[in-house]
Design a protein around this ligand. Structure first.
Ligand code: NAP
Length: 241
């Protein structure tokens, strides 16, 4: 399969949480800067051309649960994928049914600007695809009812030139890609904080219909203590037995 090299890069608390009020502590600032710099800073460790997010992560951070501005019964769009344009960096959102209420084809994350690419399945409506075209948002189709991982990744490489892809959360997306054998490396920035909240999302989470709790092991590639009591851990993902 011709797919990008995939590393999962995440910011976690000591109790393995990827969101929560621990993030508001000043003690997390250095770890937060480290997290950004490793992937997006002026001298990044990883040289990726895109990062992949789950639908909930996109809604929480960028589209804020807005309803997409659909024109009902839009004229039928041409079949297949839509490559609006090429860009040096892509934000790729797995949105199987086409729910995200984008307002622009471009987003900015701190100092990083990216062109939006939607990964849809055939569950997404014609009206939603017409809406993306109107905004100049690229999309690709991968799978009928469920995501065809290999096809999505092959298209990201072939249509957009993504050689290295960051798997960027949340926990549901991360675990489904790991279980599908679509992640090569794990990069964790561990913040020196926790909040013990039982309801917040953790680094990996199986979701019915997408993944199971079949275990996966990792081999340590590096462990570095950094400024502000932050830890940077790197693991190779071991093949599933
Ligand atoms: N600390 C960090 O570094 C970090 C990084 C990223 C995100 N986060 C946080 O993580 C939280 C969200 O995580 P989450 O785990 O709840 O959600 P998520 O992984 O962002 O999104 C889950 C949704 O994405 C779609 N999806 C994901 N994998 C899929 C697959 N294999 N096939 C088909 N659809 C798939 C589904 O959308 P549908 O429901 O539409 O079917 C699924 O319900 C947010 O609060 C975010 O801020 C933290």
């Amino acid at each position: 399969m011709d797919r990008p090299y995939i590393f999962c890069h995440m910011f976690v608390s000591l109790d393995g949480k990827i969101m929560g009020n621990y993030m508001d502590l000043p003690a997390c600032e250095a770890a937060s800067d480290l997290f950004y710099d490793i992937a997006f800073g002026p001298e990044p460790v990883y040289r990726h051309q895109g990062w992949l997010s789950g639908r909930v992560t996109t809604d929480d951070n960028f589209t804020h649960y807005r309803t997409p501005d659909l024109i009902p019964h839009a004229p039928t769009v041409p079949a297949g994928d839509f490559v609006a344009r090429q860009a040096p960096m892509y934000y790729v959102s797995v949105d199987p049914k086409g729910k995200l209420g984008w307002q622009s084809d471009t987003l900015t994350y701190e100092t990083t600007t990216a062109h939006v690419v939607e990964v849809l399945t055939e569950q997404a409506s014609n009206d939603y695809k017409a809406f993306l075209r109107r905004l100049g948002i690229s999309y690709l189709l991968a799978g009928k009812d469920t995501l065809d991982y290999a096809l999505a990744l092959e298209k990201l490489k072939r249509l957009f030139g993504i050689q290295v892809l960051m798997l960027g959360g949340g926990g549901v997306l991360n675990w489904s890609f790991l279980q599908a054998g679509m992640c090569d490396e794990l990069s964790l920035v561990v913040a020196p904080a926790a909040d013990g909240n039982p309801r917040t999302q953790s680094l990996f989470r199986a979701q019915e219909g997408l993944s199971t709790d079949k275990p996966i092991s990792f081999t340590l590639l590096g462990a570095e203590a950094r400024a502000g009591s932050a830890l940077w851990l790197r693991y190779q993902v071991n093949a599933k037995k």
